[in-house]
Write a protein that binds this ligand. Structure first.
Ligand code: SF4
Length: 175
């Protein structure tokens, strides 16, 4: 639901949705059209269709419980590398590297790796992120990095002078 939509706009729709459809069974039984209607105001018809398909698949193949294994997750409709990692990290606290705009930017700047649209799929970024996850629990580290990327290591005008990592940062050294 957060796809290109601000959290404040989504909150009420999300809360109503989970109240009406508390599990995968209820999403599946509601039918595709109903789910599309529920998410209509977010302009996410394709995602609503995927969600319905996903719910039915989890219900029929996994007895209504989301699998905890990366390969099983990747076989589900609409689930790619990022969503499967996010699920394992945030929900199960399993150390799966989460590479998004923020974590890629921080890693790229700190370690002088070239940042591009494909960075989140690159092995060197994944290797660094896996190393970082050895220092604490996945959930807290990943959320902290996302917040740090929003508040300090911002895309434009990063707050380098106030940054606790500046002495180890390649980007800062070059400024
Ligand atoms: S010093 Fe600047 S570029 Fe480096 S991590 Fe901190 S905020 Fe980001």
């Amino acid at each position: 639901m957060l796809h290109r939509t601000r959290a404040e706009q989504v909150l009420e729709i999300y809360e109503n949705f989970v109240e009406k459809f508390p599990d995968f069974k209820s999403v599946c039984e509601a039918g595709q059209e109903t789910i599309e209607k529920e998410m209509e105001s977010l302009g996410l018809r394709w995602r609503a269709r995927n969600l319905h398909k996903l719910a039915c698949e989890i219900e029929s193949r996994h007895g209504g419980a989301v699998p905890k294994n990366k390969n099983d997750l990747l076989e589900l409709p609409g689930i790619g590398n990022y969503i499967s990692s996010a699920f394992l990290c945030f929900s199960k606290n399993i150390p799966e590297p989460l590479l998004d705009t923020n974590t890629v930017r921080i890693i790229g700047r700190l370690f002088d790796l070239e940042i591009s649209d494909s960075s989140r799929r690159k092995k060197d970024f994944e290797t660094v992120m896996r190393k970082i996850l050895e220092f604490g629990d996945c959930r807290h580290l990943s959320l902290s990095m996302i917040d740090f990327g929003e508040a300090v290591c911002r895309a434009s005008d990063p707050l380098c002078h106030e940054c606790p990592l500046k002495l180890s940062c390649n980007f800062y050294r070059r400024c």
